[in-house]
Design a protein around this ligand. Structure first.
Ligand code: GLU
Length: 510
């Protein structure tokens, strides 16, 4: 078979927020396309109008953009194979439904929901297939005149795929190898519904993959059961030679226990299962997202890439370019991948550490703005964050670590006060103020030397003095190196804080 250009598609249905598993599918498609110089298509599969949710398509676009999963062809990007939204391709599908009907590979069925229900009640495990279609109301059991009369009279119908029983259907999957299924287990799937003049998922998906020249269908394991039907559809159209290769990705599993990852697991253990926060337009319910929780997109990408794939060595921290260089399906596993969300937090910590302080400051500005803090230069913010980023996992942690750079303490940690603030402390702090006032050059090493010399000259207790100093400036005995703090903070602010501590921390009881 001729080598084809790699063309992959991510084909979500806009039925709600994109789940984190869907994001992983999009990512693997993207990595595979980039790794092979191929094209990445985003196709919106919106043929099920009853499940359409407003805002879902925008949500998909925004999520992929946030994560840096680039799209080459799609609704917004355009491309030669459009339209890329299935609801705009009705004419195309109608044509292909007709091809199957004309060749006898599909037939028209008029059975009402009540009639189908009756058949299910009468026959246990009823399946609409070669063994039952002969007793149902369809174009195989009715005369052409009858069928025409019903359609002309406006009776709604569906088109079903006529599956030949007892055939071996082979699905070749790049991760799973060959999967063989007997066609008798398949039912005569509905391919088209006259009621909304739209095809079902199966027909639209196959026709589009063919017309868009898709070379690899990379999707979640939950679609594996549909693959035999898809193979038969390719065959029915005479497209077997250009059928895409299938790649069914392993399931994402619960972090603890067995089974598929669900939103409930996230709610219970406190991690998001959606890339972005989602405001449900119907229920008003808000679901948390990785972006709003303070994850970096690079970290989420790296974390997701390793859920079902490994680079074949033990590297863990890989940016998008490196992932592209290393990605292939050779190291994808069949077994489900446990969603180890704590590993996701670890990745975020690593990426925060690696992040340039200026970039970090830009990300942190909204956090400050939300607190009504706006009077600090981005340089000041960058330096402050640089000092604390080693202690943060998520962006909001930067606030709990660096808060004192922006607001003076309003209270002092009681335990630290008890331990470090003695009757003598106010007097020593007054002296410290004088020392600080006398320092011209507040750079860390210089100020440190002057203050430590004064402490030793006076014979003061180094730990007690320095901790009282810290208590006054930070509000607790925590934070980065004291003289790094005072290098950055304006000296008058440092001195004001010491004064305030002297005034407000009560003298210990004797
Ligand atoms: N529209 C399907 C979905 O929502 C696409 C499955 C596939 O990739 O074939 O996931």
């Amino acid at each position: 078979m001729m080598e084809r250009k790699v063309r992959v598609r991510f084909a979500p249905s806009p039925t709600g927020p994109l789940h984190i598993g869907g994001v992983r599918t999009a990512l693997y498609n993207y990595l595979f396309a980039r790794a092979n110089g191929g094209d990445m298509i985003l196709r919106i599969e919106d043929t099920d109008s009853r499940r359409f949710v407003p805002g879902a398509e925008e949500y998909i676009n925004e999520s992929l953009a946030w994560l840096g999963i680039g799209i080459d062809e799609g609704v917004r990007e355009g491309g030669e194979f459009g339209p890329y939204k299935q609801s705009q391709r009705r004419d195309i599908y109608r044509e292909y439904v007709k091809i199957l009907l004309d060749s006898g590979k599909a037939y028209i069925a008029f059975d009402t929901p009540e009639e189908l229900e009756a058949a299910r009640t009468a026959t246990p495990n009823f399946q609409y297939d070669a063994s039952t279609r002969g007793s149902m109301r369809n174009s195989l059991t009715m005369s052409d005149e009858e069928v025409k009369a019903l359609i002309d009279g406006g009776t709604q119908y569906v088109v079903r795929f006529r599956i030949e029983p007892d055939r071996e259907v082979r699905v070749n999957d790049l991760i799973r190898g060959e999967v063989i299924v007997n066609s008798s287990i398949l039912d005569d799937k509905v391919l088209y519904k006259s009621a909304d003049d739209l095809p079902t998922y199966h027909l639209a998906n196959i026709v589009d993959d063919h017309l868009m020249e898709v070379s690899h269908v990379i999707r979640g394991e939950e679609w594996l059961p549909s693959a035999p039907l898809h193979v038969l559809l390719y065959e029915a159209f005479g497209w077997s030679d250009t059928m895409p290769r299938f790649v069914h990705l392993p399931l994402l599993l619960k972090p603890v226990g067995n089974g598929k990852l669900s939103k409930r697991d996230g709610d219970k253990l406190g991690f998001p299962v959606f890339p972005l926060e989602w405001h449900d337009p119907n229920s008003g319910e808000i679901s948390s997202g990785y972006r709003e929780k303070g994850y970096l997109p690079e970290a989420v990408v790296n974390f997701l890439a390793l859920l079902g794939w490994n680079p074949g060595d033990d590297s863990e921290l890989m940016d998008m370019d490196e992932l592209v260089r290393k990605f292939s399906f050779d190291h994808c596993s069949k077994a489900g991948a446990k969603f180890d969300y704590q590993k996701g937090i670890w990745f975020n910590h690593e990426y925060l550490m690696k992040k340039d302080n200026d970039e970090l400051a830009a990300l942190f500005m909204p956090v400050l703005a939300e607190k009504g803090i706006s009077d600090f230069s981005s340089d000041y913010v960058a330096k402050a964050l640089g000092m604390v980023k080693g202690r943060a996992n998520l962006i909001p942690d930067l606030w709990s670590q660096a808060d004192f750079f922006f607001v003076a303490p309003v209270s002092y940690a009681e335990k630290d006060v008890r331990k470090r603030w003695s009757a003598d402390t106010p007097r020593i702090m007054e002296e410290l103020i004088v020392i600080l006032e006398g320092i011209e050059d507040m750079t860390s090493a210089n100020a440190e030397k002057i203050v430590l010399d004064w402490i030793s000259e006076k014979g003061y207790h180094l730990g007690n003095v320095m901790n009282a100093f810290r208590l006054a400036v930070v509000g607790a005995c925590r934070g980065p190196h004291m003289f790094d703090i005072t290098e950055l903070m304006p000296k008058n602010e440092v001195i004001d804080r010491i004064r305030k501590a002297i005034e407000t921390i009560p003298a210990p009881e004797k």
